[in-house]
Each structure stands twice: as structure tokens, then as C-alpha cells.
Design a protein around this ligand. Sequence first.
Ligand code: CP
Length: 311
Amino acid sequence: MTKFNLQHVVESQQFDRELIDVVFSVASQMKEDLSGSGQLRYSLAGKIMASLFYEPSTRTRFSFECAMRRLGGSVITTENAREFSSASKGESLHDTTRIMNGYADIIVMRHNEAGSAEKAAQVSNIPIINAGDGAGQHPTQALLDLFTIQDCFQGIEGLNIAMVGDLKYGRTVRSLSYLLTKFDNVKLYFVAPTVCQMENDIKAYLDKYQVPWFEETDFEKVLPEVDCVYMTRIQKERFNVYEDYVEAAGKYILGPENVRLMKENAIIMHPLPRVDEIPPAVDDDPRAQYFEQAQNGLYIRMALLYLLLHR
Ligand code: CP
């Protein structure tokens, strides 16, 4: 536990194998405690978490707030920081962060601009957790994704993983790609419409760590090859050109007929929310793991809050 030496959680590259193992170990204990007696071995009683969300969220915000409350801490929050904090009067992120330093012990922040969590961390004496910064990163999502994959396969090494959909603006697939470089013999397949393919910075990072990656437009060709299909939503709100969105939307849908092409023991993941890329008819397939994935977010976020506040 003492091996956790991060002050802030801003990007996935901060995590090496040792840190990932520490987070997973505490998250597993949180899961065990909550699934068993409900009696937790860890407590954050007396600690206050500020949740500052400038963009909408269901899973990340509620799981963080639930995590803090489950651990006995308390939460101060605003419904929509862009509208209901003094950001609407022009207050800078710098000032808001400094002010929250005087009220809370930790800040969980989602922002519409990439790089905003790093900016906040630079002026914060209390931990900042990046809960998604525009098309930048979503490191806590990547940790819960990896935790889910590890839970399903008892390891990550040697897995073939397909990332499908909006890979250009998708912060979850960006953050997960960084984490996957920590594991041997992982292969990545990128399946995306032409207008939202994976960015070159991620491809260069994968090359640097000798992680093979392939771009493929034929979804049905990839499905039988992989152990994990990670679907993503085409994020209408991130496109500057509406015609690009129209070109990308609805191109890759994982319906029951496609699921039949997958390996028996493969898994289907999605950070959610979904629109039409996985129809509800797939939900009862034993390979569908997206609801368990979202549930794992609670345990990972409990672990991160605890570790950051007990360094
Ligand atoms: N996966 C995820 O970040 O979901 P929310 O936008 O609902 O938080």
C-alpha cells in the first residue's frame, strides 16, 4: 500500500505494473468487502471529496460519489459546474481549483478541454483525479476496464483486443491503449470509420513499446480473431463537422448476428453510455460484460480515493 506514490491521477502513463497491481489489490478488497459482509476494512471518515463536473456524466460521477460515501467520507458537488459554479461568471479553472483546496481533501474533475486536469493539478495541493478531460484521457475508466479484462481472463498477457468506433475523440480507448503497453504480447485491432481513426500519438506510443496494432475496416474479419471487443459510441458532441458525424454514425454495430462470429470465451465491453452500437438484444449474452465493467468502476474508484488520501 505504501508503494502508491502518486499525488494526482491525471493520465494513464503515470501507472506502471506495480501501481496497477496496488490499485487492483485494494479494489479487489473493496469488492470482496462490499459483496460480503458490507463491512469495509478501509475508511475515509472525515474526508471530503469535491466533485466538479463541467460535462455530463452518469457512471463516473455517481460511482465516485458513491465510492466516497461507502468509505464514510462526504461529498460536495454541483449538478453542472459550467452552469452552476462561478465558471458561468467567467471564473478560471485556476481560481476554482485554488478555492476548492480550502474546502475539500480531494477533487474529482471532468472538463470539456483536454489538458485541464493537468492544469488544475499544477496549482493544487490536494489530489486531483481526472474524470475525463475532453478528448484527452479518462485514466480511471482505463483502470476499471483493465480490472474487468483481468477479472475475465485472469491476466492480460497474450490477449487480442479490438477497439471499435470513435477512436479519434474517445478518451477511454486512448487511456486504455497506454495501460495495455504494460503487458506482454497484447495485440490491438483498431476498427473505426475513416473520420475517427486512432490518433498518431497513440500509434507512436504503441510502436515505442512494441505493441503490435492493426487498422481494419472489416469488422466481421476482426471479430473471430479477438478476445475482447471494446465498443465505443460515436460522440456527436465532439465533431466539429456535422457531415463527419453522419458519415461515422451507425457504421459499426455489434448485433446478435455479429456476436455469433466471436470466440465462445471472448468478452464484449463498452464504457457506456451507448446509443445504437450494441443493441439490448446482446445484453443477455454471457460475453457481454459492460454492466459488470461499470460496476467495477465503483471498486476501482474506492481504491483510488483511499490510496490518494492515505499516501
Ligand atoms: N464511461 C463514462 O465515463 O460514463 P459517464 O460519461 O456516464 O461518466
